[in-house]
Design a protein around this ligand. Structure first.
Ligand code: 8YV
Length: 315
């Protein structure tokens, strides 16, 4: 049987690359020096695209693949895939929900703890000799028992809130509607009202055109000069210019961010701020989880070409 031809948008670890190449003819878009030339040459042969959450597949790319049948994402987010273009052509899309939830929630909580307790700065204090020369590190802020707001109580937000409950936090959340699986936590529909009562404000909602900049200047300033804003979702959910302004002016106490506009090229304004903790989009970045994500992505791809039901379809 001839192997189907597929287009790979970004690099994968060996544990995905090897099995992909066993079953498919893989064209590596990310390695092509001239992407237009690659598309002109192989575009009509491509039946599937494999990609990652943050890379997705653009409208232009989808248009350049006239025989595309399926896009399989290694990642839960599908905001970087033009779903309307896919729907219009009957192209299936799959993602990898569930398998990364714990890791993303773990990192979100770790970032909150790190910011509140000044873990990064304190480490530098100990390592640099400041402890011996100047004494104890400046006192930081308590976590246990504080008020937390979770914007988006989907799979990841729910796991964040469960972890925060272990810190006896007073938890509220915002979502499209109140969730019957969260009877112990207060539902506050308005993100500004949620932010006003939050000392720790977690952004965990799936991104879409509708949620763009849902965390706007008003929400950011409502978190306030003593508050911490943590984003482990997508940069587009937060107005990054407003966030930078608030961090610079002190209208927001601090932030911890795993995602950025124009990532991996972080706005240089972040780099000189000492009230923001920067992470290189690594919330799902453990060996265990990346293996599970890769497996689920390949399970979807394999199921499609075997004519079976897709394990985790988006559309
Ligand atoms: C990336 C993500 O997919 O799940 C998502 O939507 O953004 C991440 O998990 C991951 O970094 C692999 O590229």
């Amino acid at each position: 049987m001839t192997k189907p031809e597929i287009l790979q948008i970004g690099p994968y670890p060996e544990w995905d690359q090897v099995p992909l190449e066993e079953s498919f003819v893989v064209h590596k878009y990310f390695e092509a020096p001239d992407k237009a030339a690659l598309l002109a040459e192989v575009g009509p042969k491509i039946r599937a695209v494999v990609t990652r959450g943050e890379l997705g597949a653009s409208t232009e790319l989808i248009a350049a693949l006239p025989n595309l049948e399926i896009i399989c994402i290694s990642g839960v987010g599908f905001d970087a895939v033009d779903l309307d273009a896919c729907r219009a052509r009957g192209i299936r899309v799959t993602n990898t929900p569930g398998v990364l939830t714990d890791d993303v929630a773990d990192l979100g909580v770790a970032l909150a703890l790190a910011q509140a307790r000044g873990i990064v700065g304190a480490e530098a204090w100990a390592r640099s000799g400041n402890w011996a020369a100047k004494g104890f590190y400046p006192l930081q802020r308590k976590v246990t028992g504080k008020k937390a707001g979770v914007l988006g109580l989907g799979r990841i937000g729910f796991e964040v809130a469960k972890r925060l409950a272990g810190f006896n936090m007073d938890i509220a959340y915002s979502d499209i509607s109140a969730k019957d699986y969260a009877p112990d936590w207060e539902f506050i529909a308005d993100p500004v009202a949620l932010a006003e009562r939050s000392e720790f404000f977690f952004v965990t909602l799936a991104a879409s055109a509708e949620t763009r900049h849902i965390v706007n200047k008003d929400v950011i300033e409502a978190v306030g000069p003593d508050g911490v804003l943590i984003n482990v979702s997508r940069a587009s959910n937060v107005d990054e210019e407003a966030l930078l302004d608030a961090l610079e002016s002190g209208k927001l106490g601090s932030a911890a961010l795993d995602v950025f506009d124009n990532e991996p090229n972080i706005n240089p304004r972040f780099l000189v701020l000492d009230n923001v903790l920067l992470q290189p989009h690594q919330a799902s970045g453990t060996v265990e989880t990346r293996k599970a994500m890769g497996q689920l992505m390949r399970d979807n791809l394999t199921a499609y070409f075997a004519g079976q039901d897709l394990p985790t379809p988006v559309i």
